[in-house]
Design a protein around this ligand. Structure first.
Ligand SMILES: CC(=O)N[C@H]1[C@@H](OP(=O)(O)O)O[C@H](CO)[C@@H](O)[C@@H]1O
Length: 882
């Protein structure tokens, strides 16, 4: 049917825009929860048709995918006639059309675009579209088809397929000499070139491919058949139909962000065997292997760029084309500093803002442009001139002829429209075969600088404005200056702050010559960013059933207290000194108030039937739990942690040395109402009273993280002063934990420069769930979000690699928006983590008190990520869930 605004209006009424959402065409098109996108996708169908009319009826592509994001998300992006990302000026039209509130407004917006861009709507239009395996994809494609039909365009359904294939189909449809415009044409072109490139080389060993349980599996399975026995692919994570499996603890983004092997590949990847992960729409690729010491080693986009670019430089030289073909690389600020150094010594390197369109564009300025984001998205572009040079070149020797053939075959193997994980994978395999490299040799091209990526949720990420390819901030004012001053203190330090283009967060990246320094730098900068623009949100976290934390996991703080496999503190036969659990309501009820509910008992936790009954019926967004081994104070309900005062809740792990020597003085310093608030006789509860005296108004309904943080620092300082004045020489162990139900402040602290504090760990992820019967729980990270944060005196799951140690004499602040900030406590007992003396802290003292697990420490020092089955029975646990 011809283009007609009445048709559009009629069909638009079936795809109304939800009132509350504002959509934005960002770095990767539109991306949000899949069930919010119906109207957007319908309208994108229309916009694609208009774009095709504008471009002489050349085909336009539409891909429905949310790539590496969780399964419930979805997205849609447009592909331009040459297979490239949508031109920037049309991104604005896409955003405008998506946000038209009514059908009438939509019709006006469309008419406006037609007028402004000058589109001849009598021209035919062609739209090629596809989707990934997400469950919401089917209905979204139906909406897209309505949009295409409404605009009178010819829609061509490529079915369930990968993003790079849609890019290829668009380009091949529009440029007949590019290749046959079918999936078969694509696979044949790519695999034929691969076979020619590896002909005569020794047989390639099998490659394990993690397909992220997505459409990459469908594509990889086809490629596998075309490859025959030239390369054997072992496909893993192939469950495309299993609900919730897509990108869940697997895939390229999981590997890159967690720097870990997907747990599903444990035992499947043999030492030194090559493995790689695709993402949910197969446009990203990350390689990895396990070395002989069983260490996981990642080979990311930077390593791929380094391998490929230097190979092409050598081929160009071998073909006698140096001087005629200039090879260059393009990176973003996220590229590891070592990779930039490695590449810059060999060829030109450009740095551009994050987002493939910037990399692609910059790569076009080279004769051969190699571009990869560190996250594994990239490709190689051969310019038109280069293609002509290759065709015309007359080699002088057989060796030159061979090299020339190789380059020509590379131009066919590589998907030059956009990064394709599968074509990139074959490219890597070609180079490894030619270089006779295993993963080990490839890895040794350079050593990655340790780095850390942290995200900070702020009130308004648009307050952060960058320059110099996002490497420097121009706003907020003066923040960059403070960053510059700080980074100077770190050996090999580099850091930058930028607003994300795909999530409502600000990202902080830091690298330095040691892991400790990189972490320290990242968290300090994240703290600065938060202080600058954090704000206070009243957003509540989403609740978790208490049983998932307390009673069901076999290694929960309660169960391990009696499980001898898990126990380390053998000073007493068993820990039966009572326990306590404190939690906040999921929904604020003015009648109930905002105070936590506390349940304590002096009987052992594991046979408390009431606890088991309560735990299955209560959900809470924030839980404190404590198992007590008496260090001070008698066995009584009054002495069980956590303690609460109005909305504040508090626990302590450790002990205040020679407390009796200054208890009276501390009491004297308290106002009457806080003196009489204390019910028990523990150093911990008196410390809480002291803390309350440092808070401006302990009866307030909520507290900013800064208020809690300052009160905690003052409490520690006062306790130190009392001890010093009383002539106490033994260090005090002050791991305190406080919350108002929204923010949490935890200290890992010892009043000593030479001893190690009681241990403290944290783990964060998107879900904490049972992966095997019998209470085997683990934290999973299906994406970069942090829905759950756990803080505990020892790792609470057997996946030791999921846990990061909080450094001695640091505070951890979890803000209401789930930012996790680590802040040094810089008093006279502070030794900077970058000072080698910090590693020399003596563990004997805390170990003697049963508050540090020597096995944990040893395994950490040996960098052994394997789980140990030893955990101390003396625990604190903080859980907050979004
Ligand atoms: C640090 C990082 O990985 N950033 C990603 C991410 O962008 P942000 O703007 O950082 O949200 O998504 C982009 C689109 O997929 C990708 O191009 C980019 O590399």
């Amino acid at each position: 049917m011809p283009f007609n605004l009445d048709n559009i209006a009629a069909l638009s009424n079936q795809h109304p825009k939800p009132t509350y959402y504002q959509y934005q065409y960002g770095t990767a098109g539109f991306r949000t929860l899949g069930d919010r996108l119906d109207s957007v996708v319908f309208r994108i169908g229309i916009l694609a048709a208009l774009r095709s009319m504008k471009h002489n009826s050349h085909a336009i592509g539409v891909m429905v995918t949310a790539s590496h994001n969780p399964e419930q998300d979805n997205g849609v992006k447009l592909i331009d006639p040459r297979g490239e990302m949508l031109e920037a000026s049309w991104e604005v039209h896409a955003t405008t059309i998506a946000n038209a509130r009514t059908t009438e407004e939509l019709v006006n917006v469309i008419q406006h675009i037609i007028d402004v861009v000058n589109i001849d709507t009598t021209r035919p239009a062609v739209v090629i579209y596809g989707r990934d395996t997400r469950p919401t994809g089917e209905s979204l494609v139906a909406a897209l088809q309505d949009g295409i039909r409404a605009a009178g365009a010819d829609g061509r359904d490529a079915g369930i397929t990968t993003t790079p294939i849609i890019h290829y189909l668009v380009r091949a449809t529009n440029s007949k000499d590019f290749g046959e415009p079918t999936e078969i044409g694509y696979y044949t072109k790519m695999t034929d070139a691969f076979k020619k490139l590896v002909a005569g080389r020794p047989k390639i060993s099998p490659l394990l491919v993690d397909c992220a349980n997505g459409v990459g599996y469908i594509a990889a399975d086809k490629v596998k058949k075309y490859l025959g026995d030239t390369l054997s692919l072992i496909l893993e994570n192939t469950s495309t139909a299993t609900a919730g499996a897509l990108n869940n603890s697997c895939g390229a983004d999981y590997v890159k962000t967690t720097q870990r092997l997907p747990p599903s590949l444990n035992g499947k990847l043999t030492p030194v065997q090559r493995g790689c992960s695709l993402d949910g729409d197969a446009d990203r690729l990350i390689y990895f292997y396990i070395d002989e010491k069983r260490q996981f080693r990642m080979l990311d986009g930077d390593k791929i760029a380094s391998l490929v670019a230097t190979f092409i430089v050598d081929l160009v030289r071998a073909a006698g084309l140096q001087g005629q073909i200039k090879v260059g690389t393009v990176q973003t600020a996220y590229a590891n500093g070592s990779s930039t150094k490695f590449l810059a010594q060999r060829l030109p390197v450009k740095c551009v803002p994050t987002g493939v369109k910037y990399l692609h564009h910059a790569a076009e300025s080279f004769d051969v442009g190699v571009y990869f984001e560190a996250n594994g998205h990239g490709t190689v572009l051969f310019s038109r001139n280069t293609q002509e040079t290759l065709e015309k070149h007359e080699p002088k020797t057989p060796a030159q002829q061979t090299a020339l053939n190789h380059i020509i075959n590379l131009t066919k193997l590589i998907n030059q429209t956009v990064g394709d994980a599968l074509s990139d994978m074959l490219l890597v395999e070609v180079v490894l075969a030619h270089r006779s490299y295993t993963g080990v040799e490839w890895d040794s091209l350079y050593t990655d600088l340790p780095n850390r990526l942290v995200k900070v949720v702020v009130n308004d990420r648009n307050a952060f404005v960058t320059t110099d390819a996002e490497r420097r901030l121009v706003s907020p004012p003066l923040l960059q200056q403070r960053i510059d001053e700080l980074v100077l203190k770190y050996d090999g330090g580099r850091t930058f702050v930028r607003p994300s283009g795909t999530e409502d967060v600000v990202r902080v990246y830091a690298e330095a010559s040691t892991r400790v320094q990189a972490d320290d730098l990242a968290y300090r900068i994240a703290g600065m960013v938060y202080d600058e623009a954090g704000g206070d949100s009243t957003r509540r976290t989403s609740p978790v059933q208490l049983s998932h934390l307390l009673t069901r996991p076999c290694h929960s703080i309660i169960n391990q207290a009696f499980d001898s496999r898990l126990r380390l503190d053998r000073r007493r036969p068993m820990n039966g000194d009572g326990f306590g659990v404190g939690w906040y309501d999921s929904v604020y009820d003015p009648e109930l108030g905002g105070q936590p509910c506390i349940f304590t008992s002096v009987t052992p936790a594991w046979n408390n039937a009431n606890l088991a009954r309560l735990a299955v019926k209560i959900k809470s967004p924030l839980v404190f739990a404590h198992v007590r081994a008496t260090t001070a104070g008698s066995l009584s309900l009054d002495n069980c942690h956590p303690f609460a005062y109005e909305n504040l809740m508090f626990m302590h792990n450790g002990n205040i040395a020679d407390f009796h020597l200054f208890k009276r003085r501390l009491q004297a310093d308290l106002p009457d109402h806080l003196f009489s608030f204390v019910q028990g006789n523990t150093d911990s509860e008196w410390s809480f009273a002291l803390f309350l005296s440092k808070v401006p108004d302990p009866n307030a309904r909520s507290f900013s993280p800064e208020i809690l943080r300052n009160a905690m620092l003052e409490t520690i300082a006062s306790l130190n002063q009392y001890a010093e004045d009383a002539g106490v020489t033994e260090p005090s162990l002050m791991n305190f934990c406080v919350t108002d139900g929204s923010s949490i402040v935890v200290s890992r602290y010892i009043s000593s420069r030479k001893d190690e504090a009681a241990s403290l760990w944290f783990s964060s992820g998107t879900e904490f769930n049972e992966y095997a019967e019998g209470g085997h729980y683990r934290m999973s990270k299906s994406d970069k979000r942090e829905n759950i944060i756990m803080i505990a005196s020892e790792p609470l799951t057997f996946e030791r690699a999921d846990w990061m140690e909080i450094k001695t004499n640091h505070l951890v602040v979890i803000t209401p928006k789930m930012n996790l900030l680590q802040i040094p406590i810089e008093d006279k007992y502070f030794v900077s983590p970058s000072d080698p003396a910090s590693l020399a802290r003596d563990t004997d003292f805390a170990e003697e008190k049963g508050l540090l697990n020597p096995l944990t420490r040893q395994s950490k020092l040996a960098h052994d990520a394997a789980a140990t089955a030893h955990e101390s029975p003396f625990k604190r646990q903080v859980t907050a869930e979004h």
